[in-house]
Ligand binder design. Structure first.
Ligand code: UDP
Length: 473
């Protein structure tokens, strides 16, 4: 049966001036960055760079694209962002592939022929829509397993395709290999493969097509822009996270206009203004282990240090490509319900409003800045942008030593790493230790910020991607 043409939708990003980075980089690095970007724009004249993924908001890939595309556009590169369309069944299949690529199979089963058929049919419909927009000679960066099946049609149309995987594990097991086997047939004609770390490179593709580009954050986005303590408190009050009156909860939008936080989070309770706060910000996903965070906090932190935990994530049903989130939210809510009343009051589950992505980003920014300790107790993690975001804000981080988190945090110097992600005791003791030692915590936070400036800001990423694309055209 022929697939019907899907409706891909464009995400409009507008430009952001690269000059913003001038003072942060210093003159020498700035001039290198500036000339690399101008050369890139000159080389790409007449061609479009298309990014294709499966969600216009929510999660790390959307965050990365929203941060980077505006800078390329500001130097004159015609870069665009398209989001594919898929049914709930398609996203069930891609969620399963996502879990398998992390080495996890929730029910032990593999991918069936029916699931492959669902995957192919959905992507056939999307590919038909994409070839009407793309010209031969354009470049397409396809992100993650959701888009791998588009490669043959697009390369057949004369488009140079880069397939980028944002996820992986250090030690692939049989489940990971199952996912590789599922995806590999689609990828043969891609011009390049991008992985976030060397350890994530698959068996198979020849080395000359493989490139490593670590993700990054944008220091000037609504998520990461500087915010003084007064505004932080106002934003947290306006969203209901801190109790008290609502004042001027303003922030700067990415297009330079003023925004204001007006929507309230869906919360189990508000926190007192002077609370000491431990925060994890994540999609409601099993691999982020929100239930483990709640248990570790309840057993090892709350009984010893006067503090609160905030588990923050998007309002459920607002992230289209993630069908599991209501189940995970229910799970963590029941873990909280089973706690004794005193501890339960200290654990706040916050579903942040997602109607306006920048309002959501401003709330996340304020919450990360207000946190005494930021945690990321992931069981597996591609990169972990939330870690970089907290480090940039000078926050002490306690995180699992998994995936890209290990590239970001140097244990004991720019944060604390927990070797075994299931070690509740190690996790809880590290958090309690930092809450008891604000000076030591601040020293980790200061070092963390410097590390992000050195290694994980947008200019480094923009130059690496420009070099790769230039080499292909
Ligand atoms: N995020 C957000 N609002 C939320 C939850 C998460 O903006 O309610 C953002 C978070 O700040 C980060 C991204 O989503 O920028 C998550 O990226 P990460 O690499 O940590 O994990 P992923 O979701 O890609 O697995």
């Amino acid at each position: 049966m022929a697939a019907t043409r899907a409706r891909v939708h464009a995400v409009d990003t507008g430009p952001s001036p690269i000059e913003r980075y001038r003072s942060l980089l210093g003159e020498e690095a700035w001039s290198q960055f500036d000339s690399a970007m101008r050369a890139f724009a000159a080389k790409l004249r007449g061609k479009v760079v298309w990014n294709v993924n499966s969600a216009g908001r929510g999660g790390g890939v959307a965050e990365l694209l929203a941060a980077l595309i505006p800078y390329d556009r500001s130097v004159g590169v015609d870069e665009r962002w398209l989001v594919i369309e898929g049914s709930p069944d398609f996203f069930q299949v891609t969620k399963r592939i996502h879990m398998l690529l992390h080495g996890v199979s929730p029910d032990g089963s593999e991918l069936s022929a029916a699931q492959r058929a669902e995957y192919e049919q959905t992507l056939e419909g999307n590919a038909a829509a994409l070839v009407e927009l793309m010209k031969p000679g354009d470049v397409a960066v396809l992100h993650d397993p959701q888009t791998a099946g588009l490669v043959p049609t697009l390369t057949g149309h004369g488009v140079k395709v880069i397939w980028r995987s944002h996820i992986g594990v250090d030690q692939p097991n049989d489940m990971v290999r199952t996912a590789w086997r599922f995806l590999t047939p689609y990828l043969e004609t891609a011009s390049a493969f991008v992985f976030s770390r060397t350890a994530y490179v698959w068996d198979g593709p020849d080395g000359s097509r493989i490139h490593i580009i670590a993700p990054c954050i944008d220091a000037f986005s609504t998520k990461n822009q500087d915010m003084d303590g007064h505004i932080v408190a106002e934003i947290l009050r306006a969203s209901g996270i801190l109790s008290g009156a609502d004042g001027e909860a303003t922030f700067l939008r990415n297009d330079g206009t003023a925004g204001r936080v007006r929507r309230r989070a869906n919360l189990t309770a508000s926190l007192p203004v002077d609370a000491r706060i431990v925060v994890q910000v994540s999609r409601w996903d099993r691999l982020k282990d929100p239930s483990g965070v709640a248990r570790g906090f309840a057993q090892l932190v709350a009984p010893h240090v006067d503090s609160w935990l905030v588990l923050a994530g998007p309002t459920v049903n607002s992230v289209d490509d993630d069908p599991q989130q209501s189940e995970i939210l229910r799970e963590v809510t029941s873990v909280r319900d089973e706690m004794d009343a005193r501890t339960r009051d200290r654990v706040v589950i916050a579903q942040l409003p997602m109607d306006d992505t920048e309002e959501n980003a401003a709330i996340v920014n304020a919450l990360q800045r207000r946190a005494d300790v930021v945690v990321q107790k992931s069981l597996a993690e591609g990169f972990g942008l939330t870690v970089a975001e907290a480090m940039w804000k000078g926050r002490p981080v306690v995180a699992s030593r998994v995936g890209g988190i290990e590239d970001q945090v140097e244990h004991g110097r720019s944060g604390i790493l927990i070797n075994d992600p299931n070690d509740l005791k190690g996790f809880g003791s590290a958090v309690a230790g930092l809450l008891r030692d604000p000076r030591g915590a601040q020293a980790l936070g200061n070092e963390a910020r410097q590390r992000i400036i050195r290694k994980f800001l947008a200019p480094r990423h923009l130059m690496e991607q420009a070099e790769l694309i230039t080499s292909l055209v």
